[in-house]
Write a protein that binds this ligand. Sequence first.
Ligand code: 9MR
Length: 590
Amino acid sequence: MKSPIVRCFCLLLFLWSFSACAQFETQNDGSAEIRLNQIGFYPEGPKLAIVANPDATNFRVLSTNGTEVFSGELSEAKEWPHSFEQVKQADFSALNTPGSYVLSVPEVGFSYPFEINEKVHSEPAKASLKAFYFQRASTSLPEEFAGRWARDAGHPDTEVKIHNSAATAERPAGSTIASPGGWYDAGDYGKYIVNSGISMGTLFSLYEDYPKYFDTLDLNIPESRNSILDLLDESLYNLRWMMTMQDEDGGVYHKLTSADFHGAVMPKDATFQRWVVQKGTTATLDFAAVTAQASRIYKEFEDEFPGLSDSLLVMSKKAYNWAKENPEVRYDQDALKEPAINTGAYGDRNFEDEFQWAATELFITTGEESYYRDAEIENSLAPGDKFQVPSWPTVNTLALYSLLRNREKYQNSGLVDIKAVTQQVIKMADELVEYSRNSAYATPMGISERNFSWGSNSVAANQGILLLNAYAVTKDEKYLNGAIDNLDYLLGRNATGYSFLTGFGEKSTRDPHHRPSEADEIDDPVPGLLAGGPNPGQQDKANCDEFYTRTHQHPATSYIDERCSYASNEIAINWNAPFAYLANAIEALK
Ligand code: 9MR
């Protein structure tokens, strides 16, 4: 479907040049060889498009009335090893007049339309947070809040069975607990503590880093009219569910799930028995970290939620103590029988990073130094270097972010070596910026071939968060611009040419592996969801063999916008959360 702006462009361009318009038409609303952020750019900020045609030499930017407002030469061609393409860059950063535009490259075609504007990402940023509302379990989504995507309630989760792997004398196998609410993890209907951990930590950090920005952010959710910020209301919906997942001894169930994945039906029709399964160290420590951070956040809202903050802290300490007594309980899905559990495993063998994150959050919330000593952060800093861009199984860098956020408090504490923590984050950020400077796509994404794995788009988003943390402490624009480069990557400046956020961009993800979007009989997918992105693992090949063609064979092009593609086109809360951080933080800063 053509947008009005594309029609308008075409009409004007028709008058201006018949052949140009014919080309515009045949290019199907945007040359596949021109890749740019399809939403747009800030007036004072970098503006880059990639032209995947080494024969092209120059480019022009046209406004809606067809007039040329900018022209320039393309850069030298460079190869991007992840897509095996020779590409050139079109840099139009100097164009800073707000408006609607299209980029034109002779012999190649026209780009998708884009805007130059203050607040240019405000709508996708907001939608990526609203997406969590659409993931709510155990509740209906009325039209007032969900629009076209209104749906009935499913998964009441009031009678969830204790799996034998989680049985205790007090809660024997087959007995039931109530564990309602929370967010569906992804395109499936499971609710998984480990993945909730990093997702909640990321959203809470977004709030703690940019609290003022949320004063006016209205997500139009059922709680929007209460006195709590919408981001904190939405997060509380999942937090309250997490709180039900702690056993009386402090340990936390790894997940709440059916034994097998349900087919593509709406929540109300997905009626398999639900179970809570084995307690484990990773889940328990992620829970401890999130509840510790939440405790200090909701402390500010004691009047609205009396006792909540204290309860969270009690639960956090209890979880942490359980983990200290059970420091290496690995979630072993293969060992689970009667029933066997076949849904997403989120298994993790290394617990040190979760210990560091939980201990640090408990230290920051309570001020008790023993937690910080437990965390042994300094022992892991460069040159030993045990920190990475965060992902669901690797979370200790989240502890560095929380320390940096509180750096003034710890500067002269004699306990935290805040200088070394800062240097660690800057070192990691410098590596990203350095790679990006020489990269054909001018983005940190791709610094390692391993960036292209299951959920690769969350790697791009988490790299962006790391850069924003470096920006927060240095105020050096190169870090902010690097973060914007990765936002550009996610919204279209990538080797697939897709904007990976549903509902945003002329060529954006339309058929995500997401059960409600598949079963709801509404053409458009639920908006604001980030697709997993290119994944050369193609673990879904047997499912979607007919769709993977020669053009999907490189790491950065291994993406198909098909429902069958759970390995490249699913959505997940731990991918949406860093996108939401990146887009909203950039909006807050701009
Ligand atoms: O994001 C997870 C990825 O890192 C793993 O490689 C993959 C296979 O175990 O699982 C991904 O998570 C999925 C989870 O297991 C089940 N719900 C959907 C998640 C996103 O695809």
